[in-house]
Design a protein around this ligand. Structure first.
Ligand SMILES: C[S@@+](CC[C@H](N)C(=O)[O-])C[C@H]1O[C@@H](n2cnc3c(N)ncnc32)[C@H](O)[C@@H]1O
Length: 281
């Protein structure tokens, strides 16, 4: 066994997991520790530490700087996502909520604000954008903007680039593919596609940690998607995050959580209108 593969002392292991939870909310189960060590191995080399134990100790003592801590958190996050993931949410938004949200307003076209609050590489935010653009095409009168945020800087950069592997969009129907997906311009990147400028102009991304005590975000958001991130948090952090997000919804605004997360959300001041959809009262 090389030094780098040496098992962490149980004290460093526990302190590292506590630091990850404090900084990101993410609870690392025992089963994930080996995977995390493997992902961080490159950082041990790049920062010139003699082994994982030394790296983690230096990291937690702050000797490697805040940027290194951010990079470590970035490496341990799970970023699995896809376009139209948990599609029933987008159907509900398009067929039930949007028509309600755009009626009234004394004949003027409302401007809807949507937020993908743990957006990973942006597929969820761009799915929302496609749903909005298609609803406008169907004749609904409204304007819209989508914000995507994530703790992972590298994911936010990827989302901003809006470039995806061709097979990530292969399940989109022909209409969506034709309207919103561009073929790669560079022939060397023919396995890649890009979201069209028409959508990119209306979707913004920024790095943001849901564990921060306050969020630099508008307080009149119409729809927040907070999906497949609460599962990594404990009950207390889940409740804090939901409460903070709730304070950024306008009254009557909606919060969507992932299909496996609905039962873990308890939110005073929110009405559960579907198992995973809440309306701010
Ligand atoms: C599994 S992905 C879910 C992506 C998307 N919402 C979906 O359902 O497809 C979880 C995302 O949550 C992000 N995340 C984890 N902890 C976070 C935190 N404290 N603040 C913001 N984002 C966080 C991760 O970086 C990751 O991109």
């Amino acid at each position: 066994m090389t030094k780098q593969q040496a098992v962490l002392s149980s004290e460093t292991n526990a302190r590292f997991r506590a630091a990850v939870q404090r900084l990101s909310g993410i609870i690392l189960p025992d089963s994930k520790v080996a995977m995390v060590e493997q992902r961080l191995r490159r950082r041990v080399l790049d920062t010139g530490q003699k082994d994982m134990e030394a790296y983690l100790q230096a990291l937690m003592a702050g000797r490697l700087g805040a940027a290194e801590m951010e990079m470590a958190i970035d490496l341990i996050t799970t970023n699995t996502t896809s376009f139209f993931r948990e599609n029933a949410h987008f159907d509900y938004l398009r067929d039930i909520l949007l028509p309600q949200m755009v009626t009234g307003h004394n004949g003027s076209a409302p401007r809807l604000k949507l937020w993908s609050a743990a957006c990973s590489e942006g597929a969820e935010a761009f799915t929302l954008a496609m749903v909005m653009a298609q609803a406008q095409r169907s004749g609904l009168r409204f304007d819209w903007a989508v914000l995507g945020t994530d703790i992972s800087r590298s994911m936010v950069e990827k989302a901003r680039a809006a470039i995806y592997a061709a097979d990530q969009v292969s399940a989109l129907n022909t209409d969506l593919l034709t309207r919103y997906i561009m073929a790669a311009v560079n022939p060397a990147e023919k396995e890649q596609v890009r979201i069209v400028p028409e959508l990119r102009q209306k979707v913004r991304f920024r790095q943001m940690n849901l564990m921060d005590p306050s969020y630099p975000i508008d307080r009149d958001i119409d729809v927040i998607f907070l999906r497949n991130v609460l599962i990594y948090f404990n009950a207390e952090d889940r409740a804090h995050v939901v409460r903070r997000l709730q304070s950024h919804l306008r009254p009557g605004g909606y919060l969507f959580v992932g299909h496996s997360e609905g039962m873990s959300v308890k939110a005073d001041g929110m009405e559960r209108i579907r198992p995973t959809i809440f309306r701010k009262m």
